[in-house]
Design a protein around this ligand. Structure first.
Ligand SMILES: Cc1ncc(COP(=O)(O)O)c(C=O)c1O
Length: 421
C-alpha cells in the first residue's frame, strides 16, 4: 500500500482541536468533535456580519447566501436536490414536523409501519401522529440474536392501507444497517412513503437517497463533524404536496415553509464547512490539510464535483472505519466477561455491549477515568433495549468515526480487560 492510498488518520486528527486533550473519543455516535474549518466558518460568519433574511442590506444577503450554500452542501452529501433540504434544530424535531404534516392526510383506515430497531425519534413521532387520527401502527421486529431487521416481514406488514414506512439506515446502538432499498420497495409498491432515519448512517458511508428509496432522509450535522442542527432531504415535488402548520406571513415556498422561525445562519456556514471536510478525506486529497497549497487544492477540486469527492471520500472513510471496527470487535469477542449485542452482516462501526457484573454507567465511569469516552444507557434505542431486556440501564456503546485510531481502540480494550474478574 502506498502512502497515497492509505487513509491518513494522523492528518485527519490534526484538523480537530478537541482531540488535543488526549482522550479517546469513542462517543461519536452521540455527537462528533468538529474540525477547525467548521469552527472558523461559524466564527467567520459572525465576524463578517450577518442579518436576518429578506433585508435590503448586504449582511442580510450574506445570510441568504449561507442558507443556499448549506442546502446545496447537504444535497451533495446525500445525493438530493438543494430545494428539497429542510433545516431544523434536530432530527427529532424534524420527524415531529414531517409526521404532523403528513398525518393531516391520514385517516383511521390507514396504517403505518415502524421498526423496533429504530431510535425513538423515528418511532414515537409517527405513533403519536397516527394516534391522533386513529391510524393503525404495525411493527417490524428485529431478530434479537443477530440484530438483523428481516425484510421478508414487510411483505405482511405493508399493504394497500399503508401510508408510511419509517426505518433506520443504521441502528445507533447495535449498528445494523437494514436493507433499506428492499424495505422502501415494499412501501412504494403500495404507494406509501418511506421515511429513512439517516442520522447514524451518514457519518459512516456514502449516501444516495435515490438508491436507498428514501422519500425523506433525516440527518444530523452534529454526527458528522458539524454543528448541532439537522436536515431532512426530500424531493421538492413531494414537499410541494405537504402542508405543515406555519405562520401566516412566513414563506409558503418549499422548502422554507417547513422551517419555523429564524434559521441559525452562522451554524449553517458550519454545515457547509463540515460537508467540505467530509469531501476531503480520500487519500491524496489535499483539501482541508493545513498548509496545503492553493494550487493543490485547486487541482483536486477542478477535476471532480463535490458530490463525486464526497462519494470517494466516504468510501475511504467506510473502509478505514471497517478495519478499525474489526480490531474493536475482535478485542471484545476475545473477552469472556463482555457480552456483545447484535452481529448483523452489514453494520455501522458501533459496538453495544455489557461487562459481566458491572453496571454500564460504572463501566463508563471506569473508562472515563482512563481518558476513554464511551456512552452508556439505551441511547434512545428504547424499543430495542426493552426487547433485549436491557432497560433501564441499557449497555455500553463504543463506536469509531473517521478521526479515531488504533490507540483509541486499544485503550478501550485495555480498560475493559481490567474489569475481568
Ligand atoms: C439513529 C439516530 N436517529 C435519531 C437521532 C436523534 O437525532 P437528534 O438529536 O438530531 O434529534 C439520533 C441521535 O442520537 C440517532 O442516533
Amino acid at each position: 500500500m502506498t502512502a497515497r492510498s492509505a487513509f491518513d488518520v494522523a492528518r485527519v486528527r490534526a484538523l480537530y482541536p478537541a482531540l488535543a486533550d488526549g482522550h479517546a473519543y469513542l462517543d461519536g455516535a452521540a455527537g462528533t468533535q468538529v474540525p477547525s474549518a467548521v469552527i472558523e466558518a461559524i466564527a467567520d460568519a459572525y465576524r463578517a456580519g450577518i442579518g436576518n433574511l429578506g433585508g435590503a442590506f448586504e449582511a442580510s444577503g450574506r445570510s441568504s447566501g449561507i442558507v443556499t450554500a448549506a442546502r446545496t452542501a447537504v444535497a451533495d452529501l446525500v445525493g438530493g436536490a438543494a430545494e428539497g433540504v429542510v433545516f431544523g434544530p434536530s432530527a427529532t424535531e424534524l420527524a415531529y414536523r414531517v409526521s404532523a404534516a403528513l398525518s393531516r392526510q391520514w385517516t383511521a383506515d390507514d396504517e403505518i409501519v415502524v421498526s423496533r430497531l429504530d431510535h425513538d425519534s423515528n418511532i414515537r413521532p409517527w405513533i403519536q401522529a397516527a394516534g391522533k387520527v386513529g391510524a393503525v401502527v404495525r411493527w417490524a421486529e428485529a431478530d434479537l440474536t443477530t440484530g438483523e431487521l428481516p425484510t421478508e416481514q414487510y411483505a405482511d406488514l405493508v399493504g394497500p392501507r399503508t401510508r408510511l414506512v419509517a426505518v433506520t439506515a443504521a441502528s445507533n446502538s447495535i449498528g445494523t444497517r437494514p436493507d433499506v432499498p428492499v424495505i422502501a420497495g415494499y412501501a412504494h409498491a403500495v404507494g406509501a412513503l418511506c421515511y429513512v432515519d439517516g442520522v447514524h448512517a451518514t457519518p459512516h458511508v456514502p449516501v444516495d437517497i435515490a438508491a436507498l428509496g428514501a422519500d425523506f432522509y433525516a440527518t444530523s450535522a452534529y454526527k458528522w463533524s458539524g454543528p448541532h442542527l439537522a436536515a431532512v432531504a426530500a424531493a421538492p415535488a413531494l414537499l410541494e404536496s405537504v402542508w405543515p402548520d406555519k405562520l401566516a406571513p412566513s414563506s409558503n415556498a418549499v422548502p422554507w415553509r417547513f422551517e419555523r422561525g429564524t434559521l441559525p445562519f452562522a451554524d449553517l456556514a458550519g454545515v457547509t464547512a463540515a460537508v467540505d471536510h467530509l469531501s476531503s478525506l480520500a487519500p491524496g486529497d489535499a483539501v482541508g490539510v493545513p498548509g496545503a497549497s492553493v494550487a493543490s487544492v485547486t487541482s483536486v477540486t477542478s477535476v471532480t464535483s463535490r458530490r463525486e469527492r464526497i462519494l470517494a471520500s466516504m468510501a475511504a472513510v467506510e473502509a478505514y472505519e471497517a478495519a478499525l471496527f474489526a480490531r474493536l470487535l475482535d478485542g471484545l469477542a476475545a473477552m469472556g466477561h463482555v457480552t456483545l449485542y447484535g452481529k448483523a452482516a452489514r453494520r455501522a462501526p458501533t459496538a453495544f455491549f455489557n461487562v459481566a457484573g458491572v453496571e454500564p454507567r460504572t463501566v463508563a465511569v471506569h473508562l472515563a477515568a482512563r481518558g476513554v469516552n464511551v456512552w452508556d444507557g439505551d441511547n434512545y434505542a428504547y424499543e430495542l433495549c426493552t426487547a433485549l431486556g436491557l432497560e433501564p440501564g441499557g449497555a455500553v456503546r463504543a463506536g469509531v468515526v473517521h478521526y479515531n485510531d488504533a490507540s483509541d481502540v486499544d485503550r478501550l480494550l485495555a480498560g475493559l480487560a481490567e474489569l475481568a474478574h
